[in-house]
Design a protein around this ligand. Sequence first.
Ligand code: G
Ligand code: G
Ligand code: MN
Ligand code: NA
Length: 249
Amino acid sequence: IRLESELRAALDRGELEMRLQPIEEIAGGRVAGYEALVRWRHLQRGDVAPAEFIRLAEETSLIVPIGDYVLERVCEMLAELRRRGREPLPFIALNLSSRQLEDPLLVDRILARLRAHELPPDRLKLEITESLVLDHVRIAALLARCHEEGMHVALDDFGTGYSNLGALLTLNFDQIKLDGSFVRALDTSRGVALVGVVVATARALNCDLVAEGVETRAQREVLQRLGCGYAQGWLVGKPLALAEVLNGN
Ligand code: G
Ligand code: G
Ligand code: MN
Ligand code: NA
């Protein structure tokens, strides 16, 4: 309860901050886009990780204003990158919560914010974590609507949930984000074999593949050799404030 009221106050006071973690196109070595990650800079507790407070926010209804806040901030950051002349304009990927997925007006809300900032819809990517892909009919409708409007959708944390291949069987995601646990296993032959299978799967389905949690050059080299298109992780870059991104970090 205490944390909940503190979170509400933090939202009101603007203490929720956004970080952008770069996503690199491995072959070209350039940053193609960023994943937006929310941070709570708590005055006493220090930075509170979203894994902690997003769950709390989901249990209350705080996730609704937090989701709106994140969406608006992401649009503002895209507009600022464009204003500063970043060419080609990188995409920003936004994590969606289960509450947002239940909102039948979600896509309309997103489009309204994009329009308000005169942003092309294809610069915003939506990330849906695998464990939220339970209702395939609902997600299929969301994907169809997003594609109609030119937005891309990524399947996040691939390999960790319980829908896995089933989700790919019926749902045409534009991007698969391979969970970091597979990247950490790349120093074993089992890991290499499994990531190779995911690379082939993504290619067959015409999906972009992003490896998450890439921390070493050795991991990136194996990923490149296997044909994985994109990498995200500390090797590529930590989550940065917009000002750091604009200053070329
Ligand atoms: O930044 P990181 O370590 O700690 O993120 C942990 C989890 O929090 C990730 O699974 C990520 O998807 C989630 N997360 C980060 N930012 C957001 C956000 O803006 N909205 C939602 N719903 N989840 C987020
Ligand atoms: O669940 P999701 O993939 O949306 O969350 C990404 C999370 O992974 C964030 O919490 C982010 O801080 C964390 N992260 C980003 N890069 C790395 C990395 O190279 N190694 C590890 N261990 N975690 C990372
Ligand atoms: Mn994510
Ligand atoms: Na992930």
